[in-house]
Design a protein around this ligand. Structure first.
Ligand SMILES: Nc1ncnc2c1ncn2[C@@H]1O[C@H](COP(=O)(O)OP(=O)(O)OP(=O)(O)O)[C@@H](O)[C@H]1O
Ligand code: SF4
Ligand SMILES: [Mg+2]
Length: 337
């Protein structure tokens, strides 16, 4: 499915400020990455690193108080940051599908699931209700909901968590989007259902060529499901690389620490490995390298300066002075030690 030459989503220099009671500039700072058509890209990083805010900015759904202060977000070449609210709603329904951790936050509890799925097609594709409901039935069937005919008339609360998540996926793909943005889509589900939902997403990618931006804490899922990885730390992207490269030879000390923290026995599951120390809270980021207080290679003058992304190799980037200065030469299986 990988097609690195045809970028669908382009995020360049995205910076998000929070203008609350205490203003927090650079909550997300200079984030750049692309997702090509049909590709699956993982957004990883510890809690509070800015993954959801980045995803919300792509959707044009930043919560009150947050604003894009700089950067560019484009889908298929179209600049999303200059779109009107109406245009963005149309793009969200038609071209980008969204799947969140909690299906009940997206599903309307007062509306039958068939109508919820059909509504997207009625609104965005101007289908008549019977036609849209027929497609909704096919979609329920496609996402593995038994007795789809009967389930069209169910309300969300009548379904299990796993079934609700399937309904949300059916809604997200109702208008055949080019991109699905999935923010921890399986975290709230038990392990067996998690595997089934990921299998479903994988099949949809293969069948329909949908690109996926997957926010996850699960490095096992990243290894299985994704083509490329964008690792975030304290609001900034610290490393971008192909999945084999990042697992084989991580270039940034943060990514290396995450991978070193994976238990050697068995696959990592559900939670990101724990590394010593904590992500600094927004508003207290170090002025230099944001990872410096936790980095085994910190303590140098160069680390106290703001860090910029530097190319490590073709298609690989790292935000680390050590890498930028050429002190690190990557070879297979040898990362930033
Ligand atoms: N509603 C809010 N008001 C103020 N600050 C917020 C709000 N939501 C998130 N933040 C802050 O924004 C920063 C980025 O949060 P974000 O939710 O994007 O992190 P995340 O990487 O998605 O974390 P997690 O893995 O826990 O979902 C964090 O510092 C967080 O504390
Ligand atoms: S810039 Fe310095 S402190 Fe930051 S990650 Fe690189 S080596 Fe560590
Ligand atoms: Mg989040």
């Amino acid at each position: 499915m990988r097609n690195g030459t045809d970028p669908l989503l382009e995020v360049e220099g995205l910076t998000i400020d929070f203008d609350g009671a205490v203003s927090q500039p650079g909550l997300v700072q200079d984030v750049s990455f692309t997702v090509s058509r049909g590709e699956s890209v993982a957004l990883i990083g510890e809690s509070g690193c800015g993954k959801t805010m980045t995803a919300m900015a792509v959707l044009g759904l930043l919560p009150a108080g947050f604003r894009v202060a700089a950067g560019r977000i484009a889908l298929g070449g179209r600049d999303l940051l200059t779109c009107s609210a109406r245009e963005l709603r149309a793009i969200r329904g038609r071209s980008i599908g969204a799947i969140f951790q909690d299906p009940m936050s997206s599903l309307d509890p007062t509306m039958r699931v068939g109508d919820q799925i059909a509504e997207a097609r009625r609104l965005h594709l101007k289908e008549r209700r019977p036609v849209a409901l027929r497609r909704a039935r096919e979609l329920l069937d496609r996402v593995g909901i038994p007795n789809a005919d009967k389930r069209l008339a169910s309300y969300p609360h009548e379904l299990s968590g796993g079934m609700q998540q399937r309904v949300m996926i059916a809604s997200a793909i109702a208008c055949d989007p080019e991109l699905v943005l999935a923010d921890e889509p399986t975290t709230a589900l038990d392990v067996t259902i998690q595997a089934e939902i990921l299998e479903l997403l994988r099949d949809l990618r293969t069948e329909q060529g949908i690109a996926v931006l997957l926010v996850t804490h699960d490095l096992g899922v990243v290894a299985d499901f994704c083509d490329r990885v964008v690792a975030m730390y304290a609001g900034a992207v610290v490393e971008r690389a192909g999945v084999e490269d990042i697992f084989g030879a991580p270039a940034h000390p943060y990514t290396r620490a995450l991978l070193d923290a994976i238990p050697q026995s068995g696959r990592p599951r559900t939670v990101l490995p724990v590394i010593p120390g904590r992500v600094p809270p927004a508003g207290s980021f170090p002025t230099g390298c944001r990872f410096e207080p936790r980095c085994d290679h910190g303590g140098h003058d160069r680390c106290r300066a703001p860090q910029h992304e530097a190319a490590v190799a073709d298609g690989r980037y790292s935000r680390c002075a050590r890498v930028a200065d050429g002190d690190l030469v990557l070879a297979a299986g040898v990362g930033a030690r």
